[in-house]
Design a protein around this ligand. Sequence first.
Ligand SMILES: *Cc1c(COP(=O)(O)O)cnc(C)c1O
Length: 411
Amino acid sequence: MIKINDNFTLLSASYLFSEVARRVSAFKEANPDGERVISMGIGDVTRPICHAAISGMLEGVRHLSEESSFHGYGPEQGYAFLRERIAEVDYRERGIEMSIDEIFVSDGAKSDTGNIGDILSPACRVAVTDPVYPVYIDTNVMAGRAGERGADGCWSRIEYLPCTAANGYIPALPVNEPDVIYLCFPNNPTGTSLTREQLKVWVDYALAHNALILFDSAYEAYITRQDVPHSIYEIEGARRCAIEFRSFSKTAGFTGVRCGYTVVPHELKGVDSAGREVSMNHLWNRRQCTKFNGASYVAQRAAEALYTPEGRSQVREVVDYYMRNASLLREGLQSAGIECVGGVDSPYIWLSTPGGMSSWDFFSLLLERCRVVGTPGVGFGPAGEGCFRLTAFGSHADTMEAVQRLSRLSN
Ligand SMILES: *Cc1c(COP(=O)(O)O)cnc(C)c1O
């Protein structure tokens, strides 16, 4: 028989969204008539891609159709035309130094946050915030870094850093000396963010304890508050302790196009088992050149166009569209007497269920009384129990209707 990677057998079947779908279809079957069900559960965008990006994409397609401008395999790290724009607009315009060989264009942040573990020792100890984007945990299970799963669903070698109403969704520093810390701010699922001062605490910790911060910045475009950093490299010293992941998925509706990038600064050094210092940038470059053949030329042309003045203002319009939904949702919940956070620097609203109801009981209540679907917080980790996620990625019309129905919760 073929021997498999045992670690994969440790993973539980991805239960959350399939269970949501199962319960919704059971409800629809039992209630075939009446009000339509509005979904505010999925973390996917709904607005079409902006004109600027479509023009860039079409130009890319035209290049491929002519012998004189055809492109085959591209650089594994991404084309310079895109990396130059990223370095200039996303970093230098914000006063952050960045050279293009620190930027690795990819097919998205899910792959990169998942694959980054390839260049880390299996012995590394990992810390994650709780609730959390499940990719960080599952990829460490696959790599054998998670240990055993306890009765509470937590992995023995992973340190969980709760983010709850009690700590204002600001995780406390770890106590088990992790080597690797995943941070995602603005956060999915809680929608909360860290100020510059709050993020500095983490950079200082990482520098003092030789830890690596893996900073997922997928929702950077949604930041509205002045004191929230757009990049971890705004914090002094972060170039020596952090890798940053970005994506065009939530920014520009590229969830189906696929394009993102990862920054690995030259100053970032690791150590091998013989005690020799190694550049993490060189390791990631080596990893990408061997296992990845570059993001599609057409996707990179589309991404490049997002950095033109038209592209930037069109991206802004779409982000603003979702953020108006987020405000509507926040106000609707507050007038129904339900506490919530998020929706200011992110498209997610994280609510505390009324009367300490469980996440799944609230899921049923919301479905039955309002015919609105969201995501039970406990599905993102044990600290998510008693919480619930709604997304602002729907249409205005659906969001407004959902908000009206929310008033039924207070009667
Ligand atoms: C959506 C999302 C991403 C982006 O994934 P892509 O692969 O770039 O589409 C990354 N991290 C988090 C936390 C997300 O919610």
